[in-house]
Design a protein around this ligand. Structure first.
Ligand code: PEP
Ligand code: MN
Length: 290
């Protein structure tokens, strides 16, 4: 007898929603972006917005190399309270200026629902790994009509990740993009451990767009390119990459930042891989057993 295994995530799963969901960002013509369709949008920018000049320069550089969405952290969830916490609202103003200058839509991490008004000009609200199971935040963001970029917390299972997405869907916002960025294991050479198998697995289990963040996954600029390439051919529908003009002086995550030149090279290499992208053949492949 063939039966379909029940999953606790009813709205995020493929069971009642077989076809891939597409999360579209408004914008006119050339700046329109779709996650989950045939495109492979690249999100790029600095980990942290450090100054107006840095943000604007980096925005132009990544746009010229083909980035489709601009990232920049204004509120940083740092492990230590003594580390740079981001420029806050001032940073978001620089991100808006960069958006105006480049025409690119933006993404930035929101840490608390009280910040929603400040994020009115940000196109995608990012929920960071450390907040993936902040259920009250997920519920409040579900009330906003903006796309949510939900990052996989480093201490949770795929099922817990999809249940976090389920919160956003169940509370009213269908526009969720999932971002795999590695989990914590005993390995210390890389910042986190990226199980690349999770990418095609997620594509089977969910209709939501899946992207990969090779920067936080590895924590090392030399590993960003090969991991980004692996993501592209394993079924990811985009990547998010950190870029800095002078990574040695970066206020946050310098070791994993790509230079402008390295980012340009990465986008060229990724283009070559587009014919080899993995697509799940049968959405129920992993769900049907005898
Ligand atoms: C980030 O993307 O800025 C970030 C902090 O990543 P993560 O939440 O995955 O650690
Ligand atoms: Mn970072």
């Amino acid at each position: 007898m063939i039966y379909i295994k029940e999953k606790p995530y009813k709205m995020a799963g493929r069971m009642f929603h077989i076809n891939d969901s597409i999360v579209s960002l408004g914008g006119t013509n050339s700046n329109q972006v779709e996650f989950g369709g045939s495109d492979f949008p690249i999100i790029a920018g600095p980990c942290t917005i450090e100054s107006k000049e840095q943000m604007l320069e980096c925005a132009m550089a990544v746009k010229n190399s083909g980035a489709k969405v601009l990232r920049g952290g204004a509120f940083k969830p740092r492990t230590s309270p003594y580390d740079f916490q981001g420029l806050g609202e001032e940073g978001l103003e620089y991100l808006s200026l960069a958006k105006e200058k480049t025409g690119l839509p933006t993404v930035s991490e929101i840490m608390d629902s009280s910040q929603l008004e400040m994020f009115s000009d940000v196109d995608i609200l990012q929920v960071g790994a450390k907040n993936m199971q902040n259920f009250s935040l997920l519920k409040s963001l579900a009330k906003s009509n903006k796309p949510i970029l939900l990052k996989h917390s480093f201490g949770t299972t795929v099922e817990e990740f999809l249940l976090a997405a389920e919160y956003i869907l169940a509370y009213g916002n269908p526009n969720v993009i999932l971002c795999e960025r590695g989990i914590r294991t005993f390995e210390k050479e890389t910042r986190f451990s990226l199980d690349i198998g999770i990418v095609p697995l997620l594509r089977e289990l969910t209709h939501l767009p899946v992207i990969v963040d090779p920067s936080h996954a590895t924590g090392r600029s030399d590993l960003v390119m090969p991991v980004a390439k692996a993501a592209a051919v394993s079924g990811a529908q985009g990547i998010m990459v950190e870029v800095h003009n002078n990574s040695k002086c970066a206020l946050c995550d310098g070791a994993q930042a790509l230079s402008y030149k390295a980012f340009e090279f990465l986008t060229e290499e990724i283009k070559k891989l587009m014919p080899f992208r993995h697509e799940p053949l049968n959405p129920f492949l992993g769900e049907i057993s005898e």
